[in-house]
Write a protein that binds this ligand. Structure first.
Ligand SMILES: [Zn+2]
Length: 42
């Protein structure tokens, strides 16, 4: 049986996007805009 753990994405703080230095925002590449990262529990 496989368990997964969802945690708030540390890169975008759960927003799903990141602010760009030059202005505007971009979908977070770390979580693909979901705002959470999923880890497989070992
Ligand atoms: Zn993210």
């Amino acid at each position: 049986m496989k368990e997964t753990i969802q945690t708030v994405c540390p890169y975008c703080s759960g927003n799903g996007y990141v602010q760009l230095v030059l202005g505007g925002s971009e979908t977070c590449y770390c979580c693909s805009g979901k705002g959470v990262t999923v880890k497989d529990k070992q």
